[in-house]
Design a protein around this ligand. Sequence first.
Ligand SMILES: [Mg+2]
Length: 216
Amino acid sequence: MFNKIAHFPNIFKNKPILILDMDETLIHTYYNDNNDTTYNFYIRPGLFNFLNVLKKHYNICIFTAATKSYADSILDYIENNERGKYFIKRFYRDHLSYNTVINNGIEEKCFYKNIYTVINNIQNHLGINKTIIVDDLQQNITFNKNNAINIAPFYDNSNDKALFLLLPVLINFACNKNMDAKTLLDNNMTYLVGTGFFNKIEDNISDIYTFEDILI
Ligand SMILES: [Mg+2]
């Protein structure tokens, strides 16, 4: 069992908001076999370095479509270490919005993450123009297209580089007060449908971001 989090860090009104998806963005859960009711999870390479650096620059929130109990068991583990807390708020399945989409002529409910749910909840003064959501699921990109970075899904690849690629982009965005999210995305991101991640910044990987994290 993990300890319940005693408190959240302060919300900083002069910082941008970074909304992170959990499953296949930060971690990947797996079961040892079909009859197993307990799960394990892989942590995406670079995650702790990513969070340690970005918590200085952002109000970091988690927005997951998972249930609270499942998500908290993983997020408490991630935050239960000597590095301190990372997430100022967590949003779960109950916080999803839905829209109606037509799929092969049939109306379907489509659940998605509305970033205004987060913005309105934490009342961040920098607001929508300085809010970024990182997610591997297309509908969360589509419904937040001026603010969404589509990261490739992570399963178990120990050589995954996505968080290392993303880190300098997000640092620059936070430090450049005049750049809004739409400008960042227009200027820097080339979406690769299928792989999900963008390729334009790939040459900017810096050695200063250490590859310290390993799969557990
Ligand atoms: Mg996901």
